[in-house]
Design a protein around this ligand. Structure first.
Ligand code: SAH
Length: 218
């Protein structure tokens, strides 16, 4: 373990374990998700000035008017995506700083994460380097179009909110696959939709606050 990932004081493994204990208290039950979140050092995904707050259960700014998602929301989304089962190929829309992608890479066989802001993707790449996640691929592009060249996916997570889930993404989901996404223009709700043999089942999760899904590259 490097000094950077071990950390000291507010960025130590103990601090991370306390974050996981709080997630458990708040109702996260999936041990695979909890273990992944205990392993990924969240503080390396935020500016040094914010590192001491990295294990609070809150969203934090990451430049370009974007945020790193709240740990509880990351846990909730991945727990809902897994539904207690192994994940194969997963797509994340909205890499941001790369934190959720790193957690996903620990619970899924293969992860693609797409980000529309090139400068943010570069930052994510740098943040992720020391973690050496060989099963994670980062892509610059408009995630509202999905990633046809890598589809179908067993799971899709959208980390930005839209008035409705883009059709392109629904079409890139394999039978039995799940999509977890915040939906709504003002008030947003986190939804899980599962593609069944005959159609879709859906489940309402939580009220949430995400940055908007935008179109085109930047
Ligand atoms: N997953 C991140 C949170 C990302 S915030 C984490 O782990 O904390 C949402 C991100 O979605 C922002 O970086 C934003 O630029 C990106 N985004 C918004 N619309 C997008 C689109 N159409 N395609 C890809 N990324 C998009």
């Amino acid at each position: 373990m490097t000094t950077q990932t071990r950390g000291i004081g507010m960025t130590s493994q103990r601090t991370r374990d306390r974050m996981v204990a709080r997630l458990r208290d708040k109702g996260i039950r999936d041990e695979a998700v909890l273990a992944a979140m205990a392993a990924v050092p969240r503080h390396i995904f935020v500016d040094e000035a914010l590192a001491s707050r990295a294990y609070e259960d809150s969203a934090l700014p990451i430049n370009f008017e974007q945020t790193i998602s709240q740990p509880f929301v990351v846990a909730r989304m991945i727990e809902a995506l897994r539904g207690g089962e192994e994940l194969g190929r997963v797509l994340e829309v909205g890499t941001g700083c790369g934190y959720q992608a790193a957690v996903l890479a620990r619970v899924a066989k293969e992860v693609y994460s797409i980000e529309r802001i090139a400068a943010l993707l570069d930052k994510a790449r740098a943040n992720l380097r020391s973690l050496r996640l060989a099963n994670l691929r980062l892509v610059h592009g408009d995630g509202a179009q999905g990633l046809p060249e890598a589809a179908l996916f067993d799971g899709i997570i959208i980390a930005a909110a839209a008035p409705k889930i883009p059709d392109a993404l629904l079409q890139q989901l394999a039978p039995g696959g799940r999509i977890v996404a915040p939906v709504g223009a003002g008030a947003q709700t986190l939804w899980m939709m599962e593609r069944t043999a005959t159609g879709w089942t859906e489940k309402r999760l939580d009220e949430v606050k995400f940055v908007p899904l935008r179109s085109g590259k930047a």
